[in-house]
Design a binder for this molecule. Structure first.
Ligand SMILES: [Zn+2]
Length: 225
């Protein structure tokens, strides 16, 4: 469904675990976090209902390499010839501990070499009137997790760093609770009116986004008296 001009969101609401998927529809079609391969047909149908064909995707980005975010990237890139990118540290993780983790969960990671690697900084999608994303390196849930901040729209695509009234788990290999807290502190200083987490509902409006960070701080990071 359309969220804002040039931004579409596919919020997962099935029984099985899967991530939310987002599409940036500027000059280039950029799909973020395609999710599980065996659940992708419903996301593909929803994209089609909004007028988008998988074959026309130009770029697939992932916030991190857990199978519920990255698995369908291989299918999308094969169908479309899209380029694929993830953070440099996550690429390393995906070849080592992250791959072991996926296999321990009975899954595989896509057989897909990144076309380029993300570093913290800006990413321009398109030439004439590009969508400019800030890639924010936010380790904690995994070593190379990122958030994508679209400053023009005051929108944060947060992956599994932060949710509506929740934070990403850190008990998987590669998780780091202190790093997660530091990453949340950092993104909480961004000017955000629309927070789009990797799972669950969006948080809309500056006041609700601020309240959400305050609740998270109380629930997860304040020492008990
Ligand atoms: Zn995850």
């Amino acid at each position: 469904m359309k969220l804002l001009d040039g931004l579409y969101g596919y919020f997962w609401n099935g029984y099985e675990n899967n991530c939310n998927t987002f599409l940036l529809a500027g000059e280039k079609l950029t799909l973020i976090d395609p999710g599980h391969r065996h659940l992708f047909s419903s996301t593909e149908a929803a994209l089609k209902a909004d007028g988008f064909r998988i074959q026309d995707i130009d770029l697939v980005l992932v916030t991190h390499c857990h199978p519920d975010h990255i698995e369908a990237a291989e299918y999308v890139c094969r169908e479309s010839g899209a380029r694929f990118a993830l953070h440099r540290d996550e690429d390393t993780f995906a070849r080592t501990t992250g791959l072991d983790l996926a296999r321990a969960l009975g899954m595989e990671l896509p057989d897909l070499a990144p076309s380029f690697l993300l570093d913290a900084g800006t990413l321009e999608l398109g030439d004439k009137d590009p969508v400019v994303l800030d890639v924010v390196h936010t380790p904690g849930h995994s070593p190379g997790s990122v958030c994508f901040y679209w400053a023009d729209r005051k929108t944060l695509i947060a992956g599994d760093l932060v949710f509506a009234q929740g934070v990403g788990r850190t008990d998987f290999p590669g998780g780091d609770p202190a790093a997660l807290q530091a990453s949340i502190d950092r993104v909480s200083r961004l000017d955000v009116g629309l927070l789009l987490p990797g799972h669950g509902p969006a948080v809309e409006g500056h006041a609700d986004v601020r309240t959400n960070y305050a609740q998270i701080r109380r629930m997860f990071f304040m020492p008990y008296p």
